[in-house]
Structure formats: C-alpha cells, structure tokens
Design a protein around this ligand. Structure first.
Ligand SMILES: [Zn+2]
Length: 392
C-alpha cells in the first residue's frame, strides 16, 4: 500500500505512550485500543470491526506465531482471536517486536501527549528505546492546572505556578501544549474576567492531602480563563496549541467538539502569532479543512479515525484535503497502548495519501514532483517546521 511513499519518514505530531513489557500479551487491551468504546461495550461487537482484523494481520505479520489463526462462527471468533493474540504475544521479544513495527511504519519522531497515559505505559525515554524514534513531550494544560491545585493554595499562588510552567515550557523541552476543553466544557472558549476566574477557583473542590489528585478541572470559566491567558504565553515561545476536536470516547460531547466553535478564539489569538492545531477532527474534518483554508495559523489532522476507521481512511483524507493548503495538514496517529496501532496508522495513512495523489483530476494538473513535495510536507516537514522551527 502506498509504495512510493514508503521511503518518506514520519513525524507523528500527536500520540501517546504504549504499554511496557509486563502487558505485552494483554490481548483484551489490544482489542480495546482499536476503538473509543468505553469499558462496558460488548466485546462480541468490538471484534466485528475492520480495525481489530487489521491488528490481527499486523500481529500475524510480525510476531511469527506458531499458532494458527482460525476463523469460525461469528460469536466464537471473538474469543478465538483474543486467545490467539494472547498466545502469540506471549512469545514475542517485545523490544524487537516494537522496534520492527515502528521501523516498518517509518516513524522518525513521536510528539507525545502525557495527559493520557495507559495503565502500565512506558516513560518517554523508554518509548524512544522501544520505538527507535526520538520522542518529545506535549504539555497538557488542564492536567497542569490540576497538578498545581494543592490543599490550601490560593488562586493567585495557583495561577502564578501554572503560568510559570507555561512560560518555561519550551525551555523544558515541550514542543506544544494541548487542551481537552472539548471533553470538559466545549470549544466555545470565551474571555473570562479575573473575578469570575477567582469565583470558579473557590467553587473547585480541593484535594484533601498532597498525595491525593485534585478534583477534575471541569468549570467552563476556569478552563476558558486558563486557555485565554496562556495562549499569548505559548505564542511568545512559538509553541503551537493543540485542541482535541471531533470524536473521542463518550466522555466527550461531540456537539461541543466542533472546531467551528473556536472562531472567536482563533480571531483573537491567530493575529498574535499563535498556531492552533485541530486534532482528530472527524466527523468535522471538512469544517477543520475550511478553517485551515481561511485562517492563517490553523493546522489539522485526521488522527484517530485513521487508524480506527480503516475502511473510511481514503475518503476521509480526501475530504480533509479538499480545500486547504498542503502546508496545513499533518500526519498523526493518536495511537496509544499498542505498537500495532502505530503501524496500522502509518500503513493506512500512506495508502490513503497515495490514493489521494493518484486522483485523476489531481494528476492531470499537478506534476509528480509537486505531489512528492506535498507528501513530504504532510508526512514530516510541516511538523518539523511548526513544532521545532526547522525549515525544509
Ligand atoms: Zn490524543
């Protein structure tokens, strides 16, 4: 799939860590990682999806299993494939297996959002060791707010510590910040007065001890205040701000996750030099493409649907690229937990991109050299420029 793109390295501008050796044979975890369905979702339904079948193919290809993968009765097959995956994964040399998968995917760099860490996941340096790719951290803003919320801390003290961390983020090695406002209170981010923010802070319950984590930051006034006032600090350091948009697990209100809600925020901070990156975007990838086509400083991807919606990858990518410049679109996997998902993301994305560049109208007007340059922008050069300031 996508052969002519195989030699081009990948920079994954948004992903999460994978599990370590102790969970290498967690087949159930592997199945769960193919979908955004919550824990109680029936396994019998989860296995009847192309993403799980594709993960099985990846395991088959790289784990050199002595066990046969049998197909049978629909209700039985889920159990059969889970058992097969568990036996197969138990026998792999995990380090080598991971390195093989990431290398086959062509991964050169991973920008990792530590705001979501799967149970049993590895550190950033271990992810680099297992993947053979270099890793860079992304600062999750709501998590930072929660981490700094300790017993007895005043609003002023809390806010000083939060902004201090944001001000030094680039120095500390972060390549971007990320917000999950879409998950908590929606993307209609608006200006909030200091008095409103103070009142919201007072309403926010305190952790009872230093050992306890703070209650979730889920007050719209405080999240909006956090975003509105850290945005200029990020712009000053040329640090892009990533927003979760579009679909995710049912904790998100998909109606509030439409990136069109960000219009006021974009119109305020884009002129100040902030780069805003719309993550995932599906089913709003066309809206995201529109925003990127009219606002300087807006970037986006179609991670998550690629790799989870394997059969729609070609169509979604083509729709995402209908309007916008090829300088505004980036590859991301949003993969987590399992190395197989990283390879699946890379394979399906390259296939979809090759298919897109083979479009009859596109090939009629755009030369092979230009198409090759555009592919390079999307697969790695846009991310290197946006996050690291590296020119092509
Ligand atoms: Zn993510």
């Amino acid at each position: 799939m996508g052969d002519w793109l195989d030699g081009l390295p990948l920079v994954d501008h948004h992903c999460h860590a994978i599990v370590g050796e102790s969970r290498k044979a967690d087949a159930l975890g592997a199945l769960r990682a193919t979908s955004e369905a919550p824990g109680g979702y029936p396994l019998v339904d989860l296995v009847e999806r192309p993403a799980w079948q594709a993960v099985l193919r990846v395991m088959e290809r790289f784990a050199a299993s002595p066990f046969r993968l049998t197909t049978g009765d629909v209700s039985v097959e889920g159990v059969t494939t889970l058992n097969w995956a568990e036996k197969t994964l138990s026998g792999v040399d995990y380090h080598r297996y991971c390195t093989d998968l990431f290398r086959a995917g062509g991964y050169a760099q991973l920008y990792v959002d530590g705001g979501y860490e799967p149970e049993g996941s590895v550190t950033l340096s271990n992810l680099a060791r297992l993947s053979g790719a270099s890793t860079r951290p992304i600062l999750r803003l709501e998590r930072l707010g929660e981490d700094q919320h300790t017993p007895g801390r005043s609003f002023d003290d809390w806010w000083e510590r939060v902004t201090q961390r944001v001000r030094t983020a680039r120095e500390e090695g972060y390549v971007a910040a990320k917000s999950i406002a879409a998950y908590r209170t929606g993307l209609h981010v608006q200006p909030v007065s200091l008095a409103e923010a103070r009142a919201a802070y007072t309403r926010w319950g305190e952790p009872v001890s230093l050992q306890q984590v703070a209650p979730r930051l889920k007050d719209k006034a405080l999240i909006d205040f956090l975003l509105w006032h850290t945005a200029p600090l990020l712009a000053n350091q040329a640090l892009p701000l990533q927003f979760h948009t579009g679909y995710g697990d049912p904790d998100t209100d998909l109606l509030q996750g439409n990136p069109l809600w960000l219009r006021g925020f974009l119109e305020t901070f884009i002129p100040q030099g902030l780069a805003v990156v719309l993550l995932h975007t599906y089913p709003y990838h066309r809206e995201a493409g529109y925003l990127a086509s009219v606002y300087e400083g807006v970037y986006f991807d179609v991670s998550l649907i690629i790799p989870m919606g394997v059969s729609g990858a070609r169509r979604v990518l083509a729709e995402a690229l209908e309007l916008t410049s090829y300088r505004r679109f980036l590859f991301a996997s949003d993969a987590h937990t399992r190395p197989e998902m990283f390879l699946l993301a890379a394979d399906t994305f390259r296939d979809a991109l090759a298919h897109h560049f083979a479009d009859a109208v596109l090939t009629h007007y755009v030369s092979p050299a230009v198409r090759e340059r555009w592919a390079g922008l999307i697969l790695h050069a846009n991310a290197r420029k946006l996050y690291l300031g590296e020119e092509e």
